[in-house]
Design a protein around this ligand. Structure first.
Ligand code: ARG
Length: 276
């Protein structure tokens, strides 16, 4: 008698404990309805600035313009995991964070790094890529700029509101910094000799070298890339905790299976296929 009472009390105790654990779980994942909201509208809206191959760039496929790239392939995976359609919103890099905050887009995938300042405004997923900064120059100037001082009085371009602009302002104090909203305009001006160099991230520079081997080179000068400017992540609204969990889970999955690396190569392949 005594024994069985003890036993049933034990069972009640365990049930209660399990109940508490479950309540705790459902509480933390339903504390915001960010995932449900997207599933209800049936579409994940991703904001980007498609001037950044191989991360995001436009192609014409079957007569239709389309935004593709590494970030867009990752966005597709996230949308698929949520079981919704993907819509890409192409806009200027400098307006992405305000578009996110005003609910015009759900996520930013734009080769965006998680700077301390941006962290005050938005949340970031775990990182899916690492970058460093270099100076892209005309091929004929490949050996011309070996030091920061050799860039004195030179016209150096950087995209508006990016870490490249910060680097220009803090490290190239004696150069004339030219900021524009599109990386592609800056690199065109570089090829026309209107700019002497453009600060870009290594993968972007490598991509230009590969695409136009006779036009561009990476200068010898060393720029410093602070740690907070290195990690590329997905940006989300701070309150969207449930969505953040799903995004992180998907990134981890893609990294563990080795697919993340394959997506990067796939983006480069799409580029070579469709440019020309
Ligand atoms: N990684 C740099 C930043 O976060 C530049 C990103 C630019 N991205 C783009 N799609 N143009 O500031």
């Amino acid at each position: 008698m005594k024994k069985s009472l003890k036993k049933s009390l034990g069972v009640i105790g365990a049930t209660l404990a399990l109940g508490l654990v479950l309540a705790g779980c459902s509480n933390s994942s339903s504390s915001d309805n960010s995932v449900k909201k997207i599933q209800d509208k049936g579409t994940l809206v991703v904001g980007t600035s498609a001037d950044y191959a191989p991360f995001e760039f436009p192609i014409v496929k079957n007569g239709k313009k389309q935004i593709v790239g590494y970030d867009m392939l990752i966005a597709q995976k996230i949308a698929k995991d949520l079981n919704v359609k993907l819509k890409i919103e192409n806009t200027e890099f400098s307006s992405l964070i305000s578009e996110l905050k005003s609910n015009k887009i759900d996520l930013i995938l734009a080769g965006m790094v998680s700077t301390d300042q941006r962290k005050k405004a938005v949340a970031f997923s775990k990182s899916y890529y690492e970058v460093e900064n270099v100076l892209l120059v005309q091929k004929k100037d490949a050996d011309k700029y070996k030091s920061i001082s050799s860039l004195k009085g030179k016209q150096v371009g950087a995209q508006q509101s990016t870490t490249q602009q910060e680097i220009g302002q803090t490290q190239l104090k004696n150069s004339n910094l030219v900021t524009e909203s599109l990386v592609t305009s800056l690199t065109t001006e570089l090829s026309e000799g209107k700019l002497d160099g453009v600060i870009v991230e290594n993968e972007i520079a490598n991509n230009y070298l590969k695409q136009y081997p006779n036009k561009y080179a990476i200068a010898k000068v060393k720029l410093t890339t602070p740690k907070q400017y290195r990690q590329v992540n997905v940006a989300l609204r701070k309150g969207d905790k449930g969505l953040l969990k799903r995004v992180n889970k998907e990134i981890t999955k893609l990294q563990k299976s080795g697919e993340m690396t394959k997506l990067f190569k796939k983006a480069e392949k799409i580029q070579t296929e469709y440019s020309k």
